[in-house]
Design a protein around this ligand. Structure first.
Ligand code: NJP
Length: 243
């Protein structure tokens, strides 16, 4: 049985990805900080829940030591904090975004590469964003981190050339998860406004893209998938009902 390790599996895209990969026959190993939620999902999927904070090297080391094997690694943990201009940037928020999205992906990938190699047919998936190649006002901190995460995945593909490990980037537009709630510090009204009058992607839509990329034959590397709601043309060009 193949093993898929999914970071940020306690909600949103990560949880949906765990469900589709488990239904495709993977043993799933789930990581995130909210252990209770992870354990509920692990029970449902007959998988394994292990606490993980990708911004903490010790936590990553403990997590990886408990991972029995790894054929697929989905680097999904991450997110955005705030929507401030560069001038008003909050350094702590920028630091967290870089730590979680970029350093987290680097740490997890580095630590699991030996297991991915041992599998003989490994796959590293990274969930970035359209913010990995677009810019928007107030989005600099998030965009800078996602641009960096994208650069890392592209570099990794070069460095792993000749090895049996695929590298795929999944770059979604707006997905209705806890993403906006986190971004706006728990302000549910502000989070709800983001999706008002338009139909965003669901976490399951993005998980389907990951499932498809992973399910391709081993010699097929899906470099990147950009997926947006029909009502979104760019990060800021969004069609809303009544406007
Ligand atoms: O958001 P959410 P998504 N260590 O908040 C975990 C990208 N994306 O599913 O630790 C370990 O429901 C957190 O778990 P917990 C986005 O940038 C999204 O939408 O328990 N895990 C939770 O499971 C991100 O990379 C949209 O709090 C950590 C998960 O991450 C990915 O999609 C658009 C962690 C976040 O789940 C999944 O986000 C886009 C840590 N330090 C890109 N910090 C969108 N939703 O619109 C957080 O372009 N997590």
């Amino acid at each position: 049985m193949k093993t898929a390790v999914i970071t940020g599996a306690s909600s949103g895209i990560g949880a949906a990805t765990a469900r589709v990969l488990a239904s495709d026959g993977f043993r799933v190993v789930l990581g995130a900080r909210r252990l209770e939620r992870l354990e509920d999902l692990a029970r449902e999927l007959d998988g394994t829940a292990i606490p993980l904070d990708v911004t903490d090297p010790e936590s990553v080391a403990d997590f990886v030591a408990a991972v029995p094997a790894c054929d697929v690694l989905v680097n999904n943990a991450g997110g955005a904090l705030g929507l401030d201009s560069v001038e008003a940037a909050d350094e702590e928020q920028w630091r967290w975004m870089y730590e979680a999205n970029v350093i987290g992906t680097m740490r997890m990938t580095g630590a699991l590469l030996p297991a991915l190699r041992d599998s003989g047919d490994g796959h590293v998936v990274g969930v970035t964003s359209i913010a990995a190649f677009e810019r928007y006002r107030g989005g600099a901190g998030y965009s800078a981190a996602k641009h960096a995460q994208r650069a890392m995945l592209g570099t990794l593909r070069l460095e792993l050339l000749g090895e049996p490990i695929r590298v795929t980037e999944i770059a979604p537009g707006m997905v209705e998860t806890e993403f906006s709630l986190v971004r706006f510090g728990g302000d549910a009204e502000a989070a709800e406004r983001v999706y008002r009058g338009m139909e965003p992607l669901r976490a399951e839509d993005v998980a389907e893209c990951i499932r498809w990329a992973v399910a391709q034959p081993s010699h097929v590397n899906i470099d990147e998938i950009v997926v947006r709601p029909r009502a979104q043309a760019t990060a800021t060009e969004i069609h809303r009902a009544g406007g």
